[in-house]
Design a protein around this ligand. Structure first.
Ligand code: 5GP
Length: 174
């Protein structure tokens, strides 16, 4: 049976919220360097829109790809780096940009790994947060939208690798 997508967060809502987050991040990192680390592939549209809203002359970006889901619907916490960042983060202000924090297992592991590389600071910015699903106690510093326990796609998030290009976020109805 085919699936359909029911709109949940509109393009306009995302634009407005990203603008707010960009302003907040600009204020918080004023006078400091800032390295955005985008987690491939889901964070790409969010990272692109966000960077245009951040006012910082020392803004840089890098990318990481990690394996997250252990099964089809649940991450295992056994996180592997599929692609690492290119440069050292020692002494840098790092902001991880993620599409969604669900159980928090992926982010928990990622934080542990990156902390050992001695950044000056390490924070998390996610487009979506599903707090009701949390298993690991991860402090998320910037959240676009909190959502209920629904499987969503669009604005970078995939449904079996498709639908990432949607300009809105929708619930996948199976
Ligand atoms: P966590 O380790 O927090 O459980 O899982 C985080 C990862 O699970 C995200 O980076 C994302 O790849 C995936 N994920 C969790 N919930 C959803 C969802 O509703 N839709 C999509 N497309 N991916 C999700």
């Amino acid at each position: 049976m085919s699936r359909r997508i029911e709109p949940l967060i509109t393009e306009e809502q995302i634009k407005a919220r990203v603008k707010e987050l960009g302003k907040q991040i600009s204020d918080d990192y004023r006078g400091k360097d800032l390295l955005l680390i985008g987690i491939l592939k889901g964070s790409i549209p969010f990272l692109c829109s966000l960077m245009w809203e951040i006012d910082n002359e020392k803004l840089a970006m890098d990318f990481m790809d990690v394996s997250s889901y252990g099964s089809e619907t649940e991450s295992s916490g056994d996180v592997k780096i599929l692609k690492d960042i290119d440069a050292s983060i020692k002494g840098k202000n790092v902001l991880i940009v993620e599409d969604i924090v669900d159980t928090g297992r992926t982010m928990n592991k990622l934080l542990d790994m990156l902390k050992t590389r001695e950044p000056a600071s390490l924070k998390i910015c996610t487009l979506l947060d599903k707090p009701s699903r949390r298993v690991c106690d991860v402090k998320v510093d910037y959240i676009g939208f909190e959502i209920e326990n629904k499987f969503v796609a669009g604005f970078g998030l995939d449904d079996d690798q498709y639908m990432r290009q949607l300009k809105y976020v929708g619930e996948v109805i199976f």
